[in-house]
Design a protein around this ligand. Structure first.
Ligand code: FMN
Length: 164
């Protein structure tokens, strides 16, 4: 297959990068050519047939470098198959309040790319990977260390995401 897919991610502590790598591996097993890149590398979009964009959540929002990337490339992204994944720790339940809260995390991004497929993955908190400020904030809000990433769910999504 000559389809080349970009998986671009924004991370602070690495868990989103590891999810992006697993999505990339799964797409490669589907026969796609795949490049996995940090959005901070400012990848150019020419040459890609589809794009998957993922960000960690910090204080209720996608990371600013990914939001800026989408704003800068909105027209090109809207014209090709695009999918979004969000990595977060709170509001992971199936109840209506949880769903509404996590959908609020992505409302502004989904408004920019209304046709993009959209998924949420539970992430990980590892204090040793956080900046001093993030560690301080995490302790203030009594966040707990945990790795809630469901690799099966991540692979299942990447096996079926529509990017053709
Ligand atoms: C300072 C800070 C703020 C966070 N804010 C939120 C939040 O508002 N909602 C949420 O669900 N998760 C929040 N998280 C959890 C992260 O989204 C989660 O740990 C994610 O896996 C981090 O991704 P990364 O390792 O790629 O940076 C926060 C984590 C930190 C350290």
């Amino acid at each position: 297959m000559d389809k080349l897919v970009l998986v671009a991610y924004a991370t602070r502590a690495g868990s989103t990068a590891e999810i992006a790598a697993t999505i990339g591996d799964t797409l490669a097993a589907r026969g796609f050519r795949v490049e996995v890149k940090p959005v901070k590398a400012k990848p150019a979009l020419n040459g890609y047939t589809a794009v998957i964009l993922g960000s960690a959540i910090r204080m209720g929002n996608w990371l600013p470098e990914m939001v800026k990337f989408i704003q800068a490339h909105q027209a090109a992204l809207a014209a090709m198959p695009t999918a979004l994944f969000t990595v977060h720790m709170l509001n992971t339940g199936e109840d209506a309040d949880s769903r509404a809260a996590r959908e609020a995390y992505t409302a502004s991004v989904r408004a920019l790319l209304p046709n993009a497929e959209n998924v949420y993955f539970a992430g990980a908190m590892d204090f040793s990977r956080l900046s001093l400020l993030d560690r301080f904030i995490s302790k203030m809000v009594k966040a707990v260390e945990a790795d809630r990433r469901d690799w099966e769910a991540i692979r299942r999504w990447a096996e079926t995401v529509s990017i053709s």
